[in-house]
Design a protein around this ligand. Sequence first.
Ligand SMILES: Nc1ncnc2c1ncn2[C@@H]1O[C@H](COP(=O)(O)OP(=O)(O)OP(=O)(O)O)[C@@H](O)[C@H]1O
Ligand SMILES: [Mg+2]
Length: 1136
Amino acid sequence: MEVKTSLLDNMIGVGDMVLLEPLNEDSFIVNLRNRFDHNEIYTYIGSVVISMNPYRSLPIYTPQKVEEYRNRNFYELSPHIYALADEAYRSLRDQDKDQCILITGESGAGKTEASKLVMSYVAAVCGKGQEVNKVKEQLLQSNPVLEAFGNAKTMRNDNSSRFGKYMDIEFDFKGDPLGGVISNYLLEKSRVCKQPRGERNFHIFYQLLSGASDDTLMKLKLDRDFSKYNYLSLDSANVNGLDDAASFRTVRNAMQIVGFMEAEVQSVLELVAAVLKLGNIEFKPESRVNGFDESRVKDKNDLKEMCELLGIEQSVLERAFSYRTVEAKMEKMSTTLNVAQAYYARDALAKNLYSRLFSWLVTRINESIKAQAKTRHKVMGVLDIYGFEIFEVRDNSFEQFIINYCNEKLQQIFIELTLREEQEEYIREDIEWTNIEYFNNAIICDLIENNQNGILAMLDEECLRPGTVTDDTFLDKLNTICAEHQHFESRLNKNSKFLTDHSLPHSCFRIQHYAGKVLYRVEGFVDKNNDLLYRDLSQAMYKATHSLMRQLFPEGNPAKVNLKRPPTAGFQFKASVGVLMKNLQTKNPNYIRCIKPNDKKVAHIFTDSLVCHQVRYLGLVENVRVRRAGYAFRQPYESCLERYKMLCKKTWPHWRGPARDGVEVLLTDCSVPTEEFAYGRSKIFIRNPRTLFTLEERRRACLEDLATLIQKIYRGWKSRTHFLLLKKSQVVVAAWYRRYAQQNKYQKIKSATLVMQSFIRGWKARNILRQLKYEKRCKEAVTTIAAYWHGTQARMELRRLKTEARNKRAVSVIWAYWQGTKARRELRRLKEEARRKHAVAIIWAYWLGLQVRREYRKFFRANAGKKIYDFTIQRIMQKYFLGLKTTTMSPMDNTWPAKPYGFLEGAHTQLRRIFHLWRCKKYRGQFTEEKKAVYEEKLEASEIFKDKKALYPSSVSQPFKGDYLEIQKNPKYQKLNSAMEEKVLLADLVNKINRANGKGSPRLFLLTKSNFVLADQKTGQVKASVPLPDLASVSVSTQSDGFFALKLKEGSASASKGDFLLSSEHLIEIITKLHRIGTTAADRDQINIDISDEFLVQFKQDKVCVKFIQGGPKNGNSAACKRKNNRLLEVSVPSP
Ligand SMILES: Nc1ncnc2c1ncn2[C@@H]1O[C@H](COP(=O)(O)OP(=O)(O)OP(=O)(O)O)[C@@H](O)[C@H]1O
Ligand SMILES: [Mg+2]
């Protein structure tokens, strides 16, 4: 954990100026500088925080820092804005005291940043939860919205707040934020129309133009280029470190979080765009009959676009820029405006429009962030208001006057609250009061705000007075009325001492503010105070259809015409400051005094003169003096005793008795000098913070001792616990060890015993083994002896047996030989006997045959043998022929029985041939004339095509039908039929091949005895009729296609049209028929049939070669004809 430094630890310089010795302006500034150089930007004057702007981000605002300062005593840690925020928040939460945090300082000193730091700290330490977080987020996000519309780049600050802001944050009893209320003060609206050199208009204009999408800009009729807008100063349009486009996105997002509806955002942006457009409207003079110039709008485009944007009738606004209606009681008068007045009116409108839009935004945000609960709230106010402004280069004008007036009031409230509160507390606590000398600026406030002769009252009087009113008349008035005032200076003053003061020009007056003298130029005071907007313009605005616009100009409503002048700017401001002061008076104040270290807006530079000036006008040294004069520190007895009771043995650890007595005992024991403190009714008052810091220091040392004690006890306890644990462990370890040792010993004895046992057993076993081996050897010896003896016996027996067997074998061999001899003899005998028996049988058969022949010879004639032979042969032939009867009469039948006898060889073959010829003849005999002709044709086809054209085999089984179209019967061909003079031998559908593309077109093909005709398939109209004598030859391919060419005789009448290349499914039949007609007709030559895969065809003038290729690209099953070039048609025939 990080080591916390107390205020007295390693402090750079002095953390609390109250302790500064010696105290004077120089030492004060040296201390500030010293601390600033070491990055210590915060220093206390008692409970007031001085904040130096570091102009760079320091790592002191981290969440860890928040945690460090949370719930810590104010003086416990080094000075920080978080310490003040924590103190304020705790006193609000725990003591129910409303708080206000007053942040003052000049422009660029870091007020706005400080206010944001306070808010973010409070947001971080207060309660959490979904609802609470939403409230916090809305409160925090109201800042970017207001900064976009109310902040601008100035020479002093790139993000200068051009309005005063007071925000009340409301908390419930637990300290959780409930909501808030924002009040805004005097927006510097003159900036809308004109910005000093090097400064910019309000951020929102640049953010809108840089960050809005093209679509949004188009809707708003805007251009991204800043230079197009008169109201935007260009020399510092882009500010280093500011990303307008990104800021625009942040603002849109913040508006959404705060609760703006999308339509509201759009309306707001439309009004911003309208202001920019308004700035571009220019006027030109137009002479009138009466000699006066009247203003006219120069280029109406911007006016038109603005009117379209807001829904205002263009003519109404145009008129409002040229005329002004003055109403008084019952009278109404219209006067023309000259160009200067028109420009004045335009700017007044732009300023009013923008400042009203800004106030509307504040109201709208308030609506979103207002606390919902009706219960009593605790309130913490944060005031971030413009600091004292003195321009040395530029003229101080009405705005500076108003701002400085506000600062005077704040100073007054500071004096009042600090000193009066102090005084009241002393009385309350019954402490003796020593008067403190300080400058009370009430007199300056009175000079400005006095209702009778205050400067503001006189300005109002001048503005309302009839007659000619100018800034000079106002100054005259001041000179007469305020002449005597100590703090008012003017050249024309009765006070002669200023008559020769050349630092005071005639058109100026000077006020000695509490912070220094300020010279004001009166020019523009009356106008700015009047803040006049012509009624015609407000009425024109009210007529707009844009609802937000109407809302902003309620006085334009003709139904509510108010002839009374609106309150002046000064009056309004005074009233709102009055309300603010009343509000602040009810709260416990906390001060943050911001100081700007240099004019260059850069880090690390500390300009003594600049800081000195600020220290002076903020009255900081005086502040330290006041603080020192009284009692710097006070605390209720209870909490004082609680905090320091460890410093005295009597009060530590518990004091029994009243707290006051305890504190008394404590302080006496600590030997604090009696003049250093005073006993109040409920509080102890400590005069010098040093005493407090000594107490703190002693407390810290004591805490260290206490910590040591606690550490000692803790360590003792820890060591004892550790020892007991060790002891307990030791017993357990010893027990375990003993057990382990015994186990080991037992194991050793056990294994020794086992060894001995095994040795003995081994010895015993070996003895037995030896004994057994001996016995076994004895037994084996006996066996061997017996075996030898038995062997001898057996060999002797064997020898005897062998001798016996040899004898037996000799006997059996001899026996076998003898038996063999016997068997051979017997076999020879048996063979002899069989031969004899066979011979006897043959002789017997011969003898029997002889007997039979002798017996039957008498019954046969002389040629009976031949007859029997013939008969037998006849019978055989008869049977053979009857066997042939099974053969059918079909000429197609190839069966024939096998020959039964070899001698029939030749006859059998011949008989088969004869029979086949005979049955064919028989078959032919049955044919009619027509069928005969068909077969003749078939025969002819076979002669022509067999083995020459691959298509032929498939045609054999198809009968030649001739009239495929049924031309006689079909009514469709009636006309065609009647046109034919002869009998139609063949009518078929063919394809006529077109030479150009090889495609076929269907034709009817008719053939008669004398000519062939090609006719249209649909209409039946004759296309060509060619006498057959004109036909020279027919060409076909060798393949299975149906293409054929009919070639005509050269020089014949029909040849003029050229040859015909046709294709047909019945090619074989057509060609056969053509051939046949040629053969049968006596009067003409036979038609040549040319079968080849390449032939020439005469198409009108050209000869084209038709080539057939096999296995071409498959196009179904049919052949495809394709034109290859002018002279070649290629027919691809699919492979079979
Ligand atoms: N604590 C800080 N840490 C870092 N930078 C700071 C701090 N305070 C101020 N600054 C820087 O100084 C700039 C000016 O501060 P800020 O806007 O708060 O001044 P201001 O007092 O509000 O001025 P104005 O009166 O013109 O609004 C900031 O934009 C920031 O860059
Ligand atoms: Mg600011």
